[in-house]
Design a protein around this ligand. Structure first.
Ligand code: 2U9
Length: 364
């Protein structure tokens, strides 16, 4: 019969009928208590409940089974022993509680104790993606000369992506601008192939002068390879006013090249063709690798092709109710991924999208 069971019995059932036997009975309980609370990992709350619990606590049992039904000649002895035991249990449990609290405090302090001589935990701080960094650099260059940044929808209509940009149905320029059509009908919505639609939307909403750059994602149905992807980033620019000349255009392009590639970078304009600009040019800059002396990167030409640009084709103004006779402007379009790869020496476009931290960390 365990100690706890004995507290379920009355003194009579236990055959206790003298104060001495009462005293040794309580010594047994006390000894049992001391042994239960001297364990290292004492569950303090459980011990408190099983000993001091009002309902089924051992001391309540003793009160109900031993004290209350005790014969008068034993009542006093039981009462005294019980009070001593109660005081002992409460004192020891309080002591234990303080020890446990102090232990928890010590453990917390130990946990919090910072050995300042230890090297800090390096929290790997992220970096802005190379594309993001290049966007911000390009935006900074044009914001500095009064351009404002506008963003437009990636899902566009054929009208804004083609017609309004002087690329009618069946225009050959559509071939290298094949994209993804939504709703399955060619007349339906498409993923824009350039950010130019937003220039049209801006001119529809705001009278000239206009000086905007439009950064964003664009889509082409290209087979992914080292320099092409079905999605890439562009930044296009447009300046329209009453007196913009080719010199303003050339000056702005040269300013950009010097800002982006450095003051020594030279600019070369090569005649080209875009449906929405006339005249059009490819803008080349001094190869930033060989400084123009010729190397593998610039195919020994000394020049690197940077972006396309030109004077806005007056036909475009017709779509936005701008008076082509009173206005002139220039526009440009840059592949941001390509500029980032060129400037930071990244050979493969996919590297920009594989989220390999070893690659990304190189560009803090
Ligand atoms: C309007 C009028 C004119 C935007 C232009 C280019 C030249 C150009 C290419 C660069 C690399 C596309 O990402 S790319 O492949 N773009 O070369 N873009 S002029 O001309 C405009 C735009 C809007 C209303």
């Amino acid at each position: 019969m365990t100690t706890a069971d004995r507290t379920e019995q009355t003194l009579a059932q236990l055959g206790v009928d003298s104060p001495e036997q009462v005293a040794s009975l309580f010594d047994g309980i006390r000894g049992f208590f001391d042994s239960t609370v001297s364990t290292g990992d004492l569950d303090w709350k459980a011990a408190r409940d099983s000993w001091l619990g009002r309902k089924s606590g051992i001391l309540s049992n003793i009160t109900d089974r031993w004290l209350k039904p005790a014969p008068p000649e034993l009542k006093r002895a039981v009462g005294q022993e019980l009070n001593k035991l109660k005081a002992h249990v409460e004192a020891v449990l309080e002591q234990k509680r303080l020890e446990i609290e102090a232990g928890a405090e010590r453990a917390a302090l130990a946990r919090e104790r910072m050995d300042l001589s230890l090297p800090g935990i390096e929290r790997a701080t992220g970096t802005r993606h190379l594309i993001r960094q290049t966007f911000e650099e390009l935006e900074r260059i044009f914001l500095a000369i009064g351009f404002s940044v506008v963003q437009g929808p990636e899902i566009e209509s054929p009208y804004y992506n083609f017609e309004a940009l002087n690329i009618p149905e069946h225009h050959p320029a559509r071939d290298n601008m094949d994209t993804f059509y939504i709703e399955g009908t060619r007349g339906g919505r498409l993923l824009r192939t350039h950010t130019s639609p937003m220039q049209i939307r801006t001119m529809e909403k705001q009278p000239p002068p206009v000086r905007i750059i439009v950064p964003g994602k664009v889509y082409r149905r290209d087979n992914p390879d080292a320099t092409h992807g079905y999605m890439f980033h562009q930044i296009e620019g447009l300046a329209v006013d009453t007196d913009i000349t080719f010199c303003d255009f050339k000056g702005t392009v040269e300013y950009f090249v010097r800002e982006f590639l450095g003051p020594k970078a030279k600019t070369r304009l090569r005649p080209s063709y875009f449906p929405f600009t006339e005249p059009s040019a490819e803008v080349d800059a001094t190869c930033h690798v060989c400084g123009g002396s010729g190397c593998r990167v610039c195919k020994f030409s000394g020049w690197i092709e940077l972006f396309g640009a030109g004077m806005v084709d007056p036909a475009v103004y017709g779509f936005v109710k701008y008076d082509a006779k009173k206005l002139s402007g220039f526009a440009f379009g840059m592949g941001v991924d390509r500029l980032a790869m060129m400037k930071y020496g990244v050979s493969e476009l996919p590297l920009l999208y594989q989220n390999d931290a070893r690659f990304l960390r190189q560009f803090p």
